[in-house]
Design a binder for this molecule. Structure first.
Ligand SMILES: Nc1ncnc2c1ncn2[C@@H]1O[C@H](COP(=O)(O)OP(=O)(O)OP(=O)(O)O)[C@@H](O)[C@H]1O
Length: 632
């Protein structure tokens, strides 16, 4: 049975680690004789079984002699630090080790052979380091390994055929070459990006290509070896498959062309019937009761009459509408929206004010039992119709599962309407800050981190459209949610629309605005990253950047979090609701805070790209304790 002497040895080992790589970053009360209450340390039966110190700025080389004393470790997580040098050889003494997370450091040298004696390893993540050398066939000893992440290192040579129960595997961004071995061909190409590897799932290896499928006539070839003959056979099979593929491709292609032509013909017909002449609308305008501008009528009550909506939508002010003499315009749909409706349907719909935003007022319109849309009535758009149309067409062309799709738009000189899918769960802002009292369903880490990931993916997609494409108004009320809590970014492209000619300031949300942003109409991608970082901190702290005490004190959310993390125990920053749910997620929450702080760095160059943010959150969710089954 383990004695208190063992615990003393463990304690001494932890203290050695602290003095070697920790410096100030360890917040351990070393007066305590037992290390079991130290942050990141977990004990069982008087022995340290887990050490988790992710993202706490550990630096330097881990000396030998530490892990030789922590032999009962089952989980070791030192990810996202700045550790250097080669891995300590005595890591091989931790024969119980199941989960080893060392990604995101600066470890170098070869992956030590001793690691392959850790036959209980289930998850191994050495990604984002500077490991060199080949991927040893010693990995085949790790017969329980389910996760092997080696991406973003300097590994070279070919990959051995790892016949392991792997479910997660990645070797991207290494100097690997040769063909992908049979047992790893089941993984998608994402697992092998930026390498010189070839073969399934990547493109066929050159040596396979050069083996002729038919013997060349009169060629001076040496007799084929057994291997070559095998290759040849394989090649022959492939050619057969390829031919079948081509034939099927041709048939499908032809069918598609016919289909597209048919759809186009029908669409033309439909569009003709869908185009609503403004005279119809003007006719409706005359039906509006009362002298009040219809927009005002609409916004005074929550529910308002259909005709009021019509007027609000079409003219804003019935008096000015006529004078301006609007040109005949129609509701223009994007993409291949199957359920289309026309402007009349929209005007007839029962509507409800959702709220007033920077760009105008948003309404919920219920067209029928299944069709519910959000209509945004833009204000202050003074740009010429042609320019507006060009810009909105670009917005409508954006297509990503984490963006709120813009379905249609209407424009006339006086009125611009945008029609979006209605997101029934409302905004992240409402979810986080609304109904904090009894009856609220607490938001757990999984939901919060999923929302963070979805929003990051949506924003990353926007940024990938071009270096000058940004959102310009990222905040929690612009992150909308589906029933299953999938996040969708809304309002993209609007700051440019309004910004091009408006003299008003479209961004009220100063709490989200990056310090370098002087003109809220011109927010760079790095400006978006800052705003996204504030949303991340908002997600974890549960504090709204706009109306908290911090603001009264003149401190923004990012600065507040930074000061608390520095001066006090970091748990102070977490939303109490999160802490009450599960403390085992704490280290991931701490990493998320760290990421939020990186995104909100004062200097734009220090902020990560959104693609990197996405990757980090994916890793975080993938290798967090909630994904780690100790019984593996
Ligand atoms: N597609 C939608 N589905 C459901 N609710 C929506 C939709 N679009 C907007 N809303 C909600 O309507 C309200 C007003 O939205 P709007 O975008 O006009 O303003 P905002 O987000 O508060 O500010 P800003 O205009 O600066 O983005 C917000 O509460 C928003 O969450």
């Amino acid at each position: 049975l383990p004695s208190s002497q063992d615990l003393n040895a463990d304690r001494a080992a932890l203290l050695s680690l602290r003095s070697a790589v920790g410096g100030r970053t360890f917040r351990w009360d070393i007066r305590q004789t037992s290390p079991c209450n130290w942050a990141g340390v977990k004990c069982e039966n008087n022995q340290v079984t887990a050490l988790r110190l992710p993202g706490v700025s550990l630096t330097g080389k881990i000396p030998e002699g530490i892990f030789g004393n922590l032999t009962r470790l089952r989980t070791l997580s030192l990810r996202l630090n700045a550790l250097t040098g080669s891995l300590p050889l005595d890591l091989s003494s931790c024969s119980d080790l199941r989960h080893l997370f060392l990604q995101g450091n600066r470890f170098s040298g070869e992956i030590p052979e001793g690691l392959f004696s850790l036959s209980n390893l289930v998850r191994l993540n050495l990604a984002e380091n500077s490991f060199t050398g080949e991927i040893s066939s010693g990995f085949t000893n790790l017969t329980r390994l389910k996760t092997l992440y080696l991406e973003d290192n300097n590994l070279s040579g070919s990959i051995p055929d790892l016949d392991l129960p792997l479910v997660q595997f990645n070797v991207s961004n290494n100097s690997l070459n040769g063909s992908i071995p049979k047992n790893l061909q089941r993984f998608k190409s994402d697992s092998f990006l930026q390498t010189s590897l070839c073969g399934k799932p990547l493109k066929i290896c050159p040596n396979e290509e050069t083996v002729p499928s038919q013997p060349t006539s009169g060629g001076n070839r040496t007799p084929p070896s057994v291997e070559a003959t095998k290759e040849e056979k394989k090649k022959n099979k492939l050619s057969g498959g390829a031919i079948a593929g081509i034939v099927i491709g041709c048939v499908v292609g032809f069918a598609l062309i016919v289909l597209i032509l048919m759809v186009l013909c029908r669409k033309k017909g439909n569009e003709r019937s869908r185009a609503v002449d403004i005279s119809t609308i003007k006719q409706q305008e005359t039906d509006i009761s009362g002298d009040k501008p219809a927009g005002e009528a609409a916004e005074n009550g929550n529910r308002y009459s259909v005709t009021a909506a019509a007027a609000a939508a079409m003219t804003g002010n019935t008096k000015s509408g006529e004078a301006n003499g609007p040109v005949a315009k129609k509701l223009v749909f994007f993409g291949n929206a199957t359920k289309v409706f026309d402007l009349e349907d929209l005007l007839r719909a029962s509507a409800e004010v959702l709220g007033k935003g920077t760009f105008g007022t948003a309404y919920k319109a219920v067209l029928d039992a299944v069709t519910v849309v959000a209509v945004k009535r833009l204000k202050d758009v003074m740009m010429p119709d042609k320019e507006f149309r060009e810009k909105i067409e670009l917005v409508g062309a954006m297509d990503h599962e984490n963006l709120v799709p813009l379905r249609a738009y209407y424009f006339s000189r006086d009125e611009k309407l945008l029609v979006y899918d209605f997101m029934s769960m409302g905004s992240l802002s409402a979810l986080l800050h609304g109904n904090r009292g009894a009856g609220r369903t607490p938001l757990n880490w999984d939901v919060r981190s999923r929302i963070a990931l979805g929003a990051a993916r949506g924003l990353d997609y926007l940024h990938s459209q071009g270096t000058s494409t940004s959102h310009g108004n990222i905040k929690s009320s612009n992150i909308l949610l589906t029933k299953s809590h999938d996040a969708k970014v809304s309002d993209f492209g609007l700051s440019q629309l309004v910004g091009a000619s408006s003299t008003t300031t479209p961004n009220r949300a100063t709490g989200y605005r990056a310090p370098e942003v002087t003109d809220p109409k011109r927010v760079s991608q790095k400006g978006d990253v800052y705003s996204y970082g504030v949303v991340l901190l908002e997600l974890i702290t549960g504090k709204a950047p706009s109306n908290s005490v911090m603001n009264e004190e003149g401190v923004d959310l990012a600065r507040w979090v930074k000061s608390v993390v520095r001066d006090e125990w970091r748990r102070e920053v977490f939303d109490s609701e999160l802490l009450s749910l599960a403390t085992e997620d704490e280290e991931m929450m701490a990493e998320m805070v760290q990421l939020g702080l990186e995104c909100t760095s004062q200097h734009p160059d220090k902020r990560p790209e959104m693609a990197e943010v996405v990757r980090k959150i994916e890793n975080l969710r993938r290798s967090g304790p909630d994904q780690v089954d100790e019984a593996d």
